[in-house]
Design a protein. Structure first.
Length: 308
DNA sequence: AAAAGTGTCAACCGCTATTCC
DNA sequence: GGGAATAGCGGTTGACACTTT
């Protein structure tokens, strides 16, 4: 198929580009859009899937009136529009799980993503390529090398575990404190409800977001990258920092679903996560915290540079 | 303030596997 | 059984935002 690309000036939708498919049959010529999705396209796709469900994506694209390939529609739906998709920084738990699963399975992104609720293979892949490979580069080695593996096992992962533990300890303390405060106000005055109602309103408005996420993107945000970037907290690991209930804009249940380290029990990673912790507890040689003497990365490297 | 460099991530590409006819 | 269509996967690219000089 010969394809001639041109910028979308002639297109009804802004930006992006269109492709003209040159076919022997002129009647078959059609315009297909590519590039960033618009709000209108998102609405069309989401609305159609909501009404009719997922199906054959090429047919769906046509039926929905989208000038996109089925492949493009599928990708947009899976990576962005599908309910439950999460965006934003990876929590320390997620980072740890990615490191662990990648060490077992390699670049099996979809398989790894399947263990990270709400995360897509694309996001996991991007995380690996941008963050993890960057550290490997700093070490002057390849991500597949023994050196990198050792650094990951002896430095990175133990510190992620430390961080997670610290977060959970803080969360437990905060939850206890909140409980006590609640009891105090409950006893002292019926107006304690104000405490809970003072939570930011956008928590419910963005049910798919993680706890650190800002309000829903406004209509001018098209691809999602803009708002996710804007919403990204400046401090590392902030996405897990809804450990204090006061700082979390979502309910406890949402927090759990979103992987936040709230004080209460259910863990989003279930089996994989417990396996990991079990290994951490029983395999000191791999996860030992005392093996940081060979300092390829300084502590500053580990914690000052973003691991997310 | 502007240019250059860097990081991030959505979207696309090409390939393989699976399903359908 | 075989070919076409579709789904799914991993790799790559390009645009944009941010940082550094």
């Amino acid at each position: 198929m010969d394809a001639l690309w041109k910028q979308g000036s002639s297109c009804d939708w802004p930006a992006a580009a269109t492709v003209i498919i040159n076919d022997d049959d002129a009647a078959a010529e059609e315009l297909l859009r590519r590039g960033p999705w618009t709000v209108d396209e998102d609405a069309l796709l989401a609305g159609y899937v909501a009404a009719h469900g997922e199906g054959r994506w090429n047919d769906l694209a046509r039926a929905a009136g989208l000038r996109r390939t089925g492949k493009s529609c599928r990708l947009r739906w899976l990576n962005y529009l599908r309910p439950g998709v999460r965006h934003g920084d990876f929590t320390p738990r997620e980072q740890l799980l990615i490191l662990d699963l990648h060490s077992r399975w390699g670049n099996r992104w979809s398989k790894i993503a399947a263990h990270l609720p709400g995360r897509t293979d694309n996001e996991v892949k991007n995380y690996w390529r941008t963050r993890v490979q960057k550290h490997a580069k700093q070490l002057g080695c390849d991500v597949g090398s023994h050196r990198f593996h050792d650094a990951m096992m002896n430095l990175w992962m133990p510190r992620l575990l430390e961080r997670i533990h610290a977060d959970e300890t803080a969360a437990a303390a905060a939850a206890t404190a909140a409980h006590n405060v609640s009891r105090y106000y409950s006893a002292a005055s019926p107006s304690h409800e104000l405490l809970s109602s003072s939570q930011p309103a956008y928590g419910n408005a963005a049910p798919m977001g993680n706890c650190a996420r800002a309000p829903s993107p406004d209509a001018s945000s098209v691809t999602g990258s803009s708002w996710s970037r804007e919403a990204s907290p400046p401090s590392q690991f902030q996405s897990s920092s809804c450990s204090t209930m006061a700082g979390c804009s979502t309910s406890t249940e949402q927090c759990q679903n979103n992987g936040c380290s709230s004080a209460t029990s259910v863990d989003m990673f279930d089996e994989s996560w417990s396996e990991l912790l079990a290994r951490a507890n029983h395999d000191d040689t791999e996860f030992g915290l005392g093996q940081t003497g060979d300092n390829w990365w300084s502590l500053e490297d580990i914690w000052e540079q973003p691991l997310y």
